[in-house]
Design a protein around this ligand. Structure first.
Ligand SMILES: [Zn+2]
Length: 219
């Protein structure tokens, strides 16, 4: 166990954050001076929070014994303000988008692969679905994601469907009803963990898209 030099904390310019971190560290000796210096560098150098610093802040939130709800909210706000998640690039060779989703699962059911121009759309859908998958802890099957214009027509899709740009996925989660899946997505959107978008409730699946504004329907 290392001793915390609280003088470092006093260097934080932002008053609210300084108090929050102080409270967070008060009864927690597991962070060394260097740890804290690194964690707080963002607030001192104005370069934003790096991924490592972000993870350290999360560790503080989880492990600090005396952190108040107010202090916790302060650190969370600070993190939100200064941390930009890294834009993940798609490993071209494997086509793996996230831990559990591959670009091949987003291909049109007529056999057409997701066009390069829509790859990042598919990636964004996958990243959001990965959050859902991690939360529910069950595999997600994608019934339909990217659709060519002709395939979209043949399945009776909307002429301007988000599926045409690989921004949507119709999903089934094993051992969850569509309505339970919809509820889980709503909750994650509310918590800011999934992107706002369209949610369509169907008998046997849920449509989710990343349009950015709320749209809800059921059929
Ligand atoms: Zn759909």
């Amino acid at each position: 166990m290392t001793t915390v030099n609280y003088a470092i904390v006093s260097n934080i310019r932002d008053f609210s954050l300084r108090n929050a971190v102080y409270r967070a560290l008060l009864d927690d000796g597991q962070f060394s001076d260097n740890d804290i210096r690194d964690i707080l560098k963002a607030s001192l150098d104005g370069n934003g929070v790096t991924e490592t610093e972000f993870n350290d802040l999360q560790t503080i939130l989880k492990s600090a014994k005396t952190i108040s709800p107010h202090g916790k909210a302060m650190i969370e706000d600070f993190t939100k303000k200064h941390y930009t998640p890294p834009r993940k690039t798609i490993p071209q060779a494997s086509g793996q988008l996230t831990t559990n989703f591959n670009i091949s699962e987003f291909a049109c059911k007529d056999g057409t692969a997701v066009p390069d121009t829509y790859r990042n759309n598919a990636l964004e859908v996958a990243q959001n679905l990965q959050v859902l998958r991690d939360t529910l802890g069950k595999p997600i099957s994608i019934n339909s994601a990217y659709r060519t214009v002709s395939h979209n027509k043949s399945v009776g899709g909307e002429p301007n469907s988000y599926h045409l740009r690989a921004q949507a996925a119709d999903i089934v989660v094993s051992s969850y009803t569509p309505s339970a899946v919809k509820g889980a997505i709503e909750k994650l959107i509310k918590e800011g963990k999934m992107k706002q978008g369209g949610i369509g409730l169907y008998n046997s699946f849920v449509h989710y898209d990343i349009r950015g504004t709320a749209a809800r329907w059921s059929k």
